[in-house]
Design a binder for this molecule. Sequence first.
Ligand code: BTN
Length: 263
Amino acid sequence: MNHLNLNIKTSILNPEIIHFETIDSTNAFLLNRNEFKNGTVVLADFQTTGRGRRGRSWLSKPGQSLLFSTLLTGLPPGINLHGFTFATSIGVTRGLQEFAENKPINVKWPNDVLLNHRKVCGILVETKTSGNLPQKIVVGVGINVNQPPEFFSGELRFGTSLFAETGRKADRIKVLKSVIKEIDKAFADFLKNGFQHTITIWKQLCPYIGKEITIDTGKSKQTGIFRDVNDEGALVLETGNKIRTYFAGDVSIAKEKAYAPGN
Ligand code: BTN
């Protein structure tokens, strides 16, 4: 373990980050320890048991991706924690822009970032309350940076990396600086202007609203028109003459490559 100073100006996240070559999971690390302050960022070159959404694993090879988690504590009571999820995907989308070489980069509900309509980043938010300690939230981010196109086969076939889309290897630390700066801004914006404001910005980065999608909740699958993300952050789906809302699920977009449940 060592410290790495990103030398960037931030207001919430600590630019002096904790770096591991190998760790089980950066999310697990921050969730299971209480000595770290609000804004701590932990980065790993490799995770032995990287966690994905909905109990899946997040696979990576050493040094090819950005695997990091940020810790938030001491949050105002009543805050809608989903705001951090939406803010993170806004920050990642903006932070990756300069590395995307004019390929479209956008968000997919609830918290994926797609490059050229394939998943380039996954976000996993986990929370913990223990005894009298204040609630803490850990936002884990996995960004595929330098994986070659052939990495994305089999169950990973709907994923992509910056390198696979642009043909250029990127400097991971440069990408990290850019993404951390933008996540920091998006967090500050959320804390200042609130949840609905963050949802409004998020929707501007989502081209799938108004399109046909399928949502898979694990129990059932439903196809319809993605009408909106409501004030609670739920996906609003129109099927025939019915409107349904979903708080969780995997979205696939009809006629697009973006299926991307796991990666
Ligand atoms: C997803 O399934 O889309 C979310 C993937 C989140 C992966 C990141 S990598 C860094 C952090 N540590 C983990 O174990 N998971 C998250």
